[in-house]
Ligand binder design. Structure first.
Ligand code: NAD
Length: 275
């Protein structure tokens, strides 16, 4: 397999640009999906306390034929565990479930601005990183206003922001803001939860390149410098989705996908309202 690209984060760590997402994978199916992915060449896994499958992911890490040092593991803090002390406790529980000594990336899952706790929560994340228990710290579903507040009040810029991002919802404003601040953008629901796979333009490009629609969309994320974490539990699709490192989309084809952006294309909740 061609080599997988990695991105340099603003904390000097590097991070795989491709990984497996495991939202909605039941705990008792997570180990099998993650092991299938590792065998297929995946080296990064994206879970969350709120997915209720950290124990299954932890089992896969323990059974992995690939050493822990070659895996990059992300988990996220539950919304109702924000706050300084609550976040520290929640981190310990996640590490127990994942059977890890050190985490690669910990994210605040949603800002939940109505609770007003994300700055305090971020201070706990900073402490955990200073103590060497986490390599990189970041956030998810933060809008530029939330990020500005975090940075101004703590002086620490998140290494990544994981946001809904797919051809129908391209988040150009957030991406511009992230680029200016040196924050890496991770795309969640990169395939639009499967809904963008049937798009006619994507279908035409799949024919042109002799690839599948999923591979075309994943390649678009990679070619845009985004970190992409498609989810599947189906072994054939897990293998299909990683078959993206031996081709690139031409500029005019990237532009055709760029033209699919739709202000109304959001699938998930609005970050100012959720939680
Ligand atoms: P996705 O865009 O990755 O789509 C997954 C769905 O697409 C699958 O359930 C399957 O139905 C289909 N699919 C996948 N590969 C396919 C293939 N090759 N051919 C045909 N169909 C295929 O959706 P997602 O799971 O919502 O997002 C990916 C990951 O992003 C999640 O698993 C999770 O890790 C993360 N995520 C994070 C947040 C957040 O708030 N931070 C929210 C949602 C998702």
């Amino acid at each position: 397999m061609a080599e997988q690209p990695r991105l340099k984060l603003n904390d000097a760590n590097d991070f795989p640009q491709f990984g497996l997402g495991v939202w909605q994978v039941p705990n008792d199916g997570a180990a099998a999906a993650v092991l299938t992915a590792i065998e297929a060449g995946y080296r990064a896994i994206d879970t969350a306390a709120g997915y209720n499958n950290e124990e299954g992911v932890g089992e896969a890490i323990a059974r992995s034929p690939v050493p822990r040092s070659e895996l990059t593991i992300t988990t996220k803090l539950r919304n109702d565990e924000q706050g300084y002390d609550a976040a520290l406790r929640a981190f310990d529980r996640s590490m127990k479930y994942l059977r890890l000594e050190k985490l690669d990336l910990f994210l605040i899952h949603w800002p939940v601005p109505q609770r007003g706790l994300y700055v305090e929560t971020w201070k706990a994340f900073i402490r955990l990183r200073e103590e060497g228990r986490i390599r990189s710290i970041g956030v998810s579903n933060f809008m530029p206003g939330h990020l500005t507040r975090l940075i101004e009040e703590t002086g620490v810029t998140p290494a990544v922001n994981q946001i809904e991002l797919h051809p129908r919802f391209q988040q150009k404003t957030s991406r511009g803001f992230h680029a200016a601040k040196g924050i890496a953008t991770q795309s969640w629901s990169p395939l639009g939860q499967g809904k963008v796979l049937a798009d006619a333009t994507i279908g035409e490009l799949a024919k042109k390149y002799g690839r599948t629609p999923a591979q075309i969309i994943i390649r678009w994320h990679l070619d845009n410098g985004l970190i992409v974490i498609p989810k599947s539990v189906t072994p054939a699709r897990i293998r299909e989705n990683i078959g993206v490192f031996d081709f690139k989309l031409a500029a005019e084809d990237l532009a055709r996908i760029d033209a699919l952006d739709d202000a109304g294309g959001r699938i998930g909740p609005h970050p100012d309202q959720f939680g």
